[in-house]
Design a protein around this ligand. Structure first.
Ligand code: SF4
Ligand code: FES
Length: 253
């Protein structure tokens, strides 16, 4: 188990972890916008930059993305050097230019002393910081219904040809992982709308709650070889049924 030092705090962390995970374990906060524990790190936002060194580097430091840099025995990490702070400020200044009205970006920028961007404000209002979490979670689920399209200031997340995506199953993974709530959807007892596509909802056969879309149940039943009936009961009712069984068996809490 490698032992490293982060801002003077000594921490042991599992082999194969990245510096961001070690910092969290040590209670050191590093801002990270494109990282999510459910996904492989990507290193896209560059907000998590830190300085790293070893004793034998004789005072030489390297700036790296904490979410992508593997831990190693004896690694020394500094998260608040002038170079690191300046790098984060540039990233936040640019993000504030792209998303000047996005509360998450305003708050992070303010925490770094930036209240106004020094770049030209984006004339097109958007809350999308291009963190890629939505497209990566969609890929991770094996659906790939959306992707990044276009270049420069016009870059955005969209379905193919900006039409309702044929592969989308309406699972909401993209909307729920989005750190800025940029992805719009509506969900009622009967239908869900997202990416211009409309889905029929599946109701729990026990409580009647609309819990997932019919397309979602079909997709996961087919892909995972799970009986379709498994999806006809919502998670809450499944948990309650299991708790009732344990209670009857006398093994409950
Ligand atoms: S829509 Fe949300 S999750 Fe997707 S890239 Fe934009 S900010 Fe990130
Ligand atoms: S969180 Fe590390 S680059 Fe985005």
């Amino acid at each position: 188990m490698p032992r490293l030092t982060i801002d003077g705090k000594v921490v042991d962390v599992r082999e194969g972890a990245y510096v961001l995970e070690a910092a969290r374990k040590a209670g050191v906060e590093i801002p990270a916008l494109c990282n999510h524990e459910a996904l492989e790190p990507w290193g896209g936002c560059r907000l998590c930059m830190v300085d790293v060194t070893f004793e034998h580097w004789d005072g030489w430091y390297k700036a790296v993305a904490a979410c992508l840099y593997p831990v190693a025995e004896g690694l020394i990490v500094e998260t608040r050097t002038e170079r690191v702070t300046n790098a984060r400020k540039v990233v936040l200044d640019l993000l504030l230019a792209r998303c000047p009205d996005t509360p998450l970006i305003q708050r992070l920028a303010e925490e770094h002393g930036i209240t106004q961007t020094s770049f030209a404000r984006n004339p097109e209002q958007t809350d999308c910081i291009l963190c890629g979490l939505c497209t990566r979670v969609c890929d991770h689920l094996g659906i790939s219904a959306i992707s990044m399209v276009d270049r420069g200031i016009g870059r955005e997340v969209a379905p193919p040809f900006k039409e309702p995506p044929p592969d989308c199953i309406g699972c909401l993974a993209c909307a729920e992982i989005c750190p800025t709530d940029h992805i719009d959807y509506t969900s009622t007892h009967s239908r869900r709308e997202i990416w211009g596509k409309s889905f029929e909802m599946l109701r729990c056969k026990t409580c009647g709650k609309a819990h997932i879309t019919v397309a979602q149940a079909d997709f996961f039943a087919d892909r995972n070889g799970v009986p379709r009936s498994y999806f006809e009961t919502c998670d809450d009712c499944k948990r309650k049924a299991h708790a009732d069984i344990f209670e009857r068996l006398g093994t409950g809490p």
